[in-house]
Design a binder for this molecule. Sequence first.
Ligand code: AMP
Length: 283
Amino acid sequence: MQSFEHVPALRALVAEWRGQNKTIGFVPTMGSLHNGHRSLVANARARCDRVVVSIFVNPTQFSAGEDFEDYPRTIDADKLALVVDGVDALFLPKVKDLYPRGVDNATTMVSIAGLNSELCGAHRDGHFDGVLTVVNKLLNIITPDMLFLGQKDFQQLYMVKQMVSELLIPVEVIGVPTYREADGLAMSSRNQYLTEADRPKASSLYNILCSISESLNQGNNDFSALENAALSKLQNLGFVPDYIEVRRQQDMAKAKAEDKELVVLGAAKLGKTRLIDNAEVSR
Ligand code: AMP
């Protein structure tokens, strides 16, 4: 596996691959890799001739007071995992490689009106502008054929697909199913913040989303009653919920009784750990 910090050398490798007619798969991450990330890599490995992974803790997607400084960084273990997984190139840029004018002077950002301030966007100011901007930059550098993202971050996946479509970026976006612990907790780099006492409780978020999805399957359309009952349940278990919402899969608009393809989305804090998850429903 070749590692790159700077853009020109990685671009040269990509040009070489293009000259050989190789297809390129790309997996963007913030590192502290777990089996969820590794399932994205496995999907990329299975579908593309060459695989690029980036590890970059992107400052612009953290709001004030969030865990940017404390975000877990385990670069040596990450590199070992990526070599084992057969990754061809690792991109490890520094902030100045991706934000040439510096973060504070960056004036060009990508933003999707509306959804950027809904759901997670309502609780994480500027988060999605930061995500879309950095993904756009990485796509401009790597020009992959396929981009692999996790379905765990449903809103992020939806918004990246929307950006790719509206900005006419020539890449296929592939959503990969959420990789879970045995008790159902979605794997996340932030799970290591959970205390021993909180860890067994953490899977309740997914269990509650699944019980809403069962009710929806059985024809229950009282979305706000289901959402409110789930919020109370989470509070009783010691979570501080950000939101629980039933939305349409197709456009992420609020669900209506006649909708068949739904997704139940939730985010809640347990201690200092913010957990997010979702459950899809086809009825
Ligand atoms: P992150 O490093 O948390 O920014 O995540 C990088 C990519 O991995 C994103 O596309 C996430 O959606 C995806 N991802 C994170 N956790 C999981 C998981 N448990 N299963 C599948 N994909 C995941």
